[in-house]
Write a protein that binds this ligand. Structure first.
Ligand code: T4K
Length: 420
């Protein structure tokens, strides 16, 4: 690009006056939308080779060559004896919950993707929403103890943002209270807890390889465990309970991963270091560009642990910024930066839980506070350094003029308008 071209782009991007913000009628800083969770894609040629091979073999699903290879690789990388690949993370959760005989009540965070709760409710098990630690955004072990009742059979803890839960404390509670502990590790493939790979904690751990995860199988998931009997049961359950042609020995469902998904997974795995490297670099750049911006905190990753850096999470302290998280999200959307409010408003405020337990929020003060402050920004291989610079410039401008932007939004917003 010529120097003049570069200056033009720069002029378009940098906001000087409030009216330059797209939310007030200015030109959006970005021509194309930037999404949270844009898929990372590995080597296309390699993927297409594999898909061609699948077609040549005429073996498309049902524990084919590629699914077996994928399961082996995941087990190796997670450091477990078994990996059972599934069609998605939600079905993997449902299978694990059922195979582990969870019943009655199971303690889960409310600050998670709705699938964690639904996987229980789907089987008529009551998700009991428990508060989180404000520092880690994961289950607070002290609160977990408070939520145990005679009906409690288990705990599903979530390694949110790929940052490990307080595994030791949870394992101790599960052991001493006779509860089954498993982990929703949907965000945490490639991450460690005290140097050990996530995958082998609790009775089982569940991964998601959905398109929006840092490495994906289009749709997909997996359960990892070191329990031989559990693994055997899960293999039956994900294939209708078939133990051979014409022989069903267990109740089951169809939770199988297809060959083409496994091919995508194997191809993605070959680029995993690159994906993590890009995410780590993006995280560092956001950190530098937003450094010192009052009221905006970038959630850090523990430098002593391995992490996939897939989630770029900000906490907005409205008292400091003078502009709310929701207003910032609205303003970014207008600029074509589709920031997200994961996991607002918390599962307990979504149906059917909101109707079942209208007062659950009373036990979840930290969840409610954090859910009102968190905002996720785009990262991954689909965005570049210039995009990050632009996003940070918009944020810096909006926060520096926080009170004025808020006032102007209030006077320009039609009554009843909400941000997504
Ligand atoms: N447990 C936890 C803690 C989870 O976070 C999840 C899933 C699960 C369990 C269940 O695992 P799965 O059954 O999904 O395997 C997304 C994902 O759909 C969901 O997988 C993920 N968590 C969650 C955190 O995010 P949504 O409802 O936010 O939006 P979605 O899927 O429409 O995509 C988000 C953005 O990504 C879009 O704005 C556009 C972009 N996108 C999406 C897709 C699918 C693309 O650019 N390309 C794509 O192909 O749930």
């Amino acid at each position: 690009m010529s120097r003049e071209g570069a200056l033009l782009v720069r002029a378009k991007q940098e906001k000087q006056e409030l009216e330059d913000l797209a939310v007030f009628g200015g030109e959006p800083s970005l021509d194309d939308k930037l999404y949270v969770g844009r898929p990372n894609i590995g080597d296309r040629e390699r993927l297409l080779e594999r898909i061609n091979d699948i077609l040549d073999r005429r073996w498309l699903t049902n524990s084919g060559h590629y699914v077996q290879e994928f399961e082996q690789k995941i087990a190796e990388m997670a450091g477990t004896r078994h990996c059972i690949a599934t069609c998605n993370g939600t079905v993997a959760l449902e299978l694990a919950i059922r195979a582990l005989n969870m019943t009655g009540e199971v303690i889960v965070p409310s600050f998670t993707f709705i699938a964690t709760a639904h996987a229980l409710q789907w089987q008529e098990i009551t998700p009991v929403f428990c508060d989180i630690d404000p520092r880690t955004h994961t289950l607070d072990p002290k609160q977990v103890e408070r939520m145990i009742t005679p009906r409690t059979t288990g705990i599903i803890a979530v390694h949110l943002w790929g940052r490990a839960c307080n595994v030791d404390a949870l394992e101790e509670i599960a052991r001493s209270r006779g509860l089954t502990l498993m982990f929703d590790a949907a965000h945490a493939f490639g991450c460690t807890y005290r140097g050990r790979k996530i995958g082998s904690f609790g009775r089982a751990e569940v991964f998601s390889f959905h398109a929006t995860k840092f490495f994906n199988t289009f749709e997909g998931g997996a359960i990892t465990t070191n329990d031989d009997d559990l693994a055997a049961k899960l293999r039956l359950m994900k294939n209708f309970g078939f133990a051979g042609y014409d022989k069903v020995i267990y109740i089951g469902t169809n939770g199988k991963m297809s060959e083409v998904s496994a091919a995508m997974g194997l191809t993605s795995l070959e680029s995993i270091d690159e994906f993590i490297g890009v995410n780590r670099g993006n995280h560092a750049q956001y950190g530098e560009e937003l450094g010192g911006l009052r009221g905006v905190r970038l959630i850090p990753y523990d430098p002593d642990e391995q992490c996939n850096y897939q989630y770029l999470v900000l906490e907005i302290d409205e008292e400091e910024t003078q502009i709310s998280r929701d207003d910032l999200v609205q303003l970014l959307w207008a600029e074509n930066v589709l920031a997200r409010r994961y996991f607002y408003p918390g599962c307990h405020r979504m149906e059917p839980y909101r109707s079942y337990y209208p007062h659950a929020g009373l036990m979840l003060p930290v969840t409610e506070r954090v859910a009102a402050r968190v905002m996720l920004l785009p990262t991954g291989t689909a965005i570049g350094h210039a995009d990050i610079r632009t996003i940070c410039q918009i944020l810096r401008f909006a926060v520096t003029h926080g009170a004025d932007v808020t006032q102007m939004l209030r006077s320009s917003r039609p009554p009843g308008m909400v941000t997504r």
